[in-house]
Design a protein around this ligand. Structure first.
Ligand SMILES: [Zn+2]
Ligand SMILES: [Zn+2]
Length: 225
């Protein structure tokens, strides 16, 4: 992975390290369970004010979530920009004015392509501009992430029930919201997502150290974080 990966480069990197193992060993429910497991550990870190627990588990959550998106061939960069084009996806403002304006229904947001973030760091910066960390507590950011984890699971549950295109679109929207909330927690917790990911995954999988992960199903289940 380069030092300044774009979201697409990061997705490709995750696929090269974990794609094979994921396709062979994990169903969508396994992938979702792991995404949620590590997100909740991170949230526990917020409750206990354990900085290392928040940091490590957010990075692992990002990796499982990206694998899940890869499994469904979702263009992460595309869905995040479509939903958050340097504007709040609800009120259409930057910074978000949802609280001040009491916006009652979602507005149509159209962004300016010239502002589109390039690297992951650019995306994190963008989310702090739309939703400045000063406007919420770290606990609020964590609760919001938990909400979105539930909504993402619900969207997958419905889509996997009827496999309708409209419901797959809901998955895409909820995935973008979940990504936004991961960035929210990392902004609130002062975690430099790009820098930390590059460091943690410098040799491929950070657990087995291989460029193509050989961790078993049990290794993942037994992993303490
Ligand atoms: Zn807003
Ligand atoms: Zn591994």
């Amino acid at each position: 992975m380069s030092k300044n990966p774009t979201l697409s480069e990061y997705s490709k990197f995750v696929n090269s390290v974990y794609g094979l193992q994921n396709d062979r060993c994990y169903t969508v429910w396994d992938m979702l369970a792991n995404t949620n497991k590590f997100a909740m550990r991170s949230i526990k870190g917020v409750r206990k004010n354990n900085r290392e627990k928040i940091r490590l588990n957010m990075l692992i959550t990002m990796s499982w979530f990206t694998s899940l998106m890869n499994q469904f061939h979702v263009d992460l960069d595309g869905i995040v920009w479509e939903r958050f084009p340097y504007l709040c996806s609800y009120c259409g403002e930057c910074p978000c004015a949802c609280k001040a304006e009491k916006v009652s229904s979602r507005r149509k947001v159209l962004g300016n392509m010239s502002m589109k973030p390039v690297t992951m760091a650019d995306y994190q910066k963008m989310f702090n501009k739309i939703y400045p960390k000063e406007g919420r507590t770290e606990k609020d950011a964590a609760i919001h992430l938990a909400e979105e984890a539930g909504e993402l699971s619900e969207a997958f549950h419905i889509y996997m029930g009827d496999r309708k295109v409209a419901h797959f679109n809901e998955v895409r929207l909820e995935a973008a919201d979940f990504f936004s909330c991961m960035m929210g927690v990392m902004n609130s917790s002062n975690i430099d997502c790009q820098k930390e990911l590059v460091k943690l995954f410098s040799k491929g999988c950070f657990v087995c150290g291989k460029a193509q992960c050989i961790c078993t199903f049990d290794d993942v289940n037994d992993f303490k974080s």
